[in-house]
Design a protein around this ligand. Structure first.
Ligand code: UT7
Length: 324
């Protein structure tokens, strides 16, 4: 018998304001056709000036808690994946903990950019598996619009805002892979590639946040190959084939990267959760947002096997095999 971390519930929050490709055409030298063909994005949500990453994280967390059957008193940890915190310190996680009235316990942020949610999920899973926590709120929340140079057409058409959350809970498992929960996690980074996708500044260098700069074509190339490698590793490690996977839940950066991974897995696009068209790239929030949308719409059902994967700045990448 082993202890598993199960996804007890999911939640999300998207800012009200929708920014369309047509509006972007008026802001920079771009076209709806270019954005759609190259990235698959049609529209994205952008937070208000007075709406922070923490505000969005709190709403997503409340949404996930509401259907978990748990109260804030039951939560013994909060982990937030974010690259766009409200303040340099304290963490977004302590804001969520404080505002939700969660009792003292572990609370911290994880920063692995677009792979952040997979990193946070892995950290939470390990806390639960080693018996240090029973119920952890794992959140991915980003206000990427605050890091975008709105005059740079190569990046401003891609990134967006939002938050997603899951409640991860301990549950005994006697059924191996047939049991509910996280079965394996796989994390990577290659720091030699850190300049391919970065901000132009930071706290201890320029003293400001900087803006996003990306070698898009290079990042694209590595995204396709790292995703293919890591999903292959998930299958091999668990001794399964892609026929055992019900849903691919990928990071939503570019429809062409997602299609490439599905093809590698020999999975049809009807088995892939796609939100990039209406969410854009929300970095660490993209996977929990996609997961929540697919759960609420009835696509993802209890007992189904999910393959989650992401890739982003660092370069970082990772994956998780989860029976929902
Ligand atoms: O989430 C973290 C991980 N990030 C990613 O996974 C992003 C990976 N990269 C990508 O998704 C793609 O590389 C992009 C969507 C960013 C770009 O697509 P691409 O097919 O790689 O285009 P490109 O960068 O090779 O640019 C092609 C052309 C260039 O013009 P020239 O040099 O061929 O004359 C760009 O200047 O498109 C031009 N271009 C644009 N044109 C219209 C770049 N941005 C735009 C734009 N509108 N917004």
């Amino acid at each position: 018998m082993t202890m598993n971390s199960i996804i007890k519930s999911t939640g999300s929050y998207l800012p009200e304001r929708i920014l369309t490709n047509a509006e972007l055409e008026k802001m920079v030298d771009t076209t709806d056709e270019w954005i759609t063909q190259r990235s698959g994005i049609k529209q994205r949500h952008i937070a208000r000036d007075d709406e922070s990453t923490g505000d969005m994280a709190i709403k997503a967390a409340l949404d996930a808690l509401a259907t978990s059957g748990l109260s804030p008193d039951d939560i013994d940890g909060v982990i937030v994946a974010t690259t766009t915190p409200d303040r340099t310190f304290p963490s977004v996680a302590v804001k969520v903990q404080g505002e939700l009235g969660i009792k003292p316990g572990l609370a911290f942020d994880v920063q692995a950019v677009c792979t952040g949610f997979v990193y946070a999920l892995t950290v939470a899973d390990n806390f639960i598996k080693c018996g240090q926590a029973k119920n952890i709120l794992v959140i991915g929340a980003e206000k990427m619009s605050s890091l975008v140079d709105w005059t740079d057409r190569t990046t401003c058409v891609l990134f967006a805002d939002g938050a997603g959350a899951v409640v991860l809970s301990a549950q005994e498992n006697n059924e191996g892979l047939a049991g509910q929960g996280i079965h394996s996690t796989h994390l990577y980074a290659n720091g030699a590639q850190r300049e391919m996708l970065q901000t132009t500044g930071g706290v201890s260098t320029t003293g400001d946040n900087g803006v996003i700069e990306m070698q898009g074509r290079e990042v694209f190339k590595y995204a396709v190959s790292y995703m293919a490698d890591v999903v292959g590793e998930v299958l091999e490690r668990n001794n399964i084939t892609s026929a055992d996977i019900d849903w691919l839940v990928p990071h939503q950066a570019n429809i062409r990267i997602i299609e490439g991974t599905a093809k590698k897995l020999d999975m049809g696009m009807e088995q892939v959760v796609v939100t990039v068209d209406h969410h854009g790239n929300t970095s660490a929030a993209s996977i929990p947002l996609a997961l929540d949308e697919a759960v609420k719409s009835g696509k993802i059902m209890r007992g189904q096997m999910l393959l989650i994967e992401a890739m982003g700045g660092g370069l970082t990448w990772g994956a998780a095999l989860v029976r929902f």
